[in-house]
Ligand binder design. Structure first.
Ligand code: BV8
Length: 259
């Protein structure tokens, strides 16, 4: 196994990037797996031990907000011992090289890309360490607190004599994504045209609209690559599929091409 990985890495060429190339990266839970963060659909994934309708949907929060806060509190706690891995760091290094010609859109909510040094990051599904009010339009705010057995209330609503629960600043199933964020992704793509490289990393391609980005990239003539450990639902939509662990593959794939 080790030697076959070595052979694969040896034959792998770094991404061919010239001074007009723009790189759009989409990451999913797999890029954080080597940091000890559970994925969703793997054998030990979160959706094996929880029903996403109960813990990651507005109806679930309405039905049992304490169960939802237990789920997200467990994940906040898990973050305390997690560190960015070589996959996160390789993406941050590529951004340092490309600057405005690089954009990272992540389905992850763990903040590990930012801790690795990535700045041009769009968190399309929200952020685990932020909360917001379910009853007023105050801005989402940094909140690392755990609420496994209490229901946090909005202090601003309470000051006005209303009761309203805080909720995780997460995009749940059935909730719309932030259109301004997705417009930024589309504009980056259209500015790139056929100079776009679209790189998806560590995602099973099961969640929409993220899983459709590869089709948008192809439609404008971009080159599309998937780096994933297992087969992905939308693997056939990519020009190139590299199977393996992102923490091992990205440092080679994103190395400076000295040729
Ligand atoms: C919406 C919450 C509309 C955050 C999540 C078509 C178009 C639009 C919508 C839909 C559609 N069809 C269906 C829908 C509805 C729904 C949907 O997609 N349902 C699915 C189940 C079919 N989509 C929505 O509801 C979205 N909203 O479209 O709204 C709308 C518009 C207007 C008004 C109202 C509504 C919202 C989707 C977001 C849901 N929230 N999470 C959280 O709690 O974390 S999604 C959840 O799945 C996570 O965000 C996660 O990131 C995401 C995707 O999963 P992956 O990241 O891919 O993780 P997974 O475990 O599946 O795979 C990991 C992969 O990594 C594996 O393949 C594995 O092999 C690999 N791997 C493991 N280790 C490694 C590795 N790879 C490399 N290296 C390793 N070491």
């Amino acid at each position: 196994m080790f030697f076959s990985l070595l052979a694969k890495l040896k034959e792998m060429r770094p991404l061919a990037i010239n001074d007009r190339t723009r790189v759009l990266v989409l990451t999913g839970a797999g890029v954080s797996a080597e940091s000890g963060i559970p994925t969703f659909r793997d054998a030990d994934g979160l959706w094996r031990s929880h029903r996403f309708e109960e813990v990651a949907s507005p109806d679930g929060f309405h039905r049992d907000p304490q169960l939802v806060w237990q789920f997200y509190s467990e994940r906040r706690q898990g973050l305390q011992s997690a560190e960015p891995n070589d996959g996160h760091k390789s993406l941050a290094s590529l951004e340092a090289r490309l600057g405005g010609r690089f954009l990272l859109v992540t389905q992850n909510v763990d903040g590990l890309h930012q801790r690795a040094g990535s700045k041009r990051v769009i968190e399309m599904h929200g952020s685990l360490l932020k909360s917001r009010c379910s009853g007023c339009d105050r801005a989402p705010f940094y909140d690392p607190a755990l609420y496994p057995d209490t229901l946090p209330q909005c202090s601003e609503c309470r000051a006005e004599g209303r009761d309203a629960l805080l909720r995780p600043h997460i995009v749940w199933f059935g909730e719309g994504l932030d259109l301004a964020l997705m417009t930024r992704v589309r504009n980056f793509m259209s500015d790139a045209g056929d100079q776009l490289i679209f790189l998806a990393v560590g995602t099973s391609g099961n969640v929409f609209p993220a899983a459709l980005l590869v089709d948008d990239a192809r439609a404008i003539g971009g080159h599309t690559i998937l780096v994933n450990r297992d087969e992905a639902a939308n693997a056939t939509h990519f020009d190139q599929v590299i199977r393996g662990k992102s923490g091992e593959i990205l440092p080679v794939l994103l190395a400076l091409d000295e040729t």
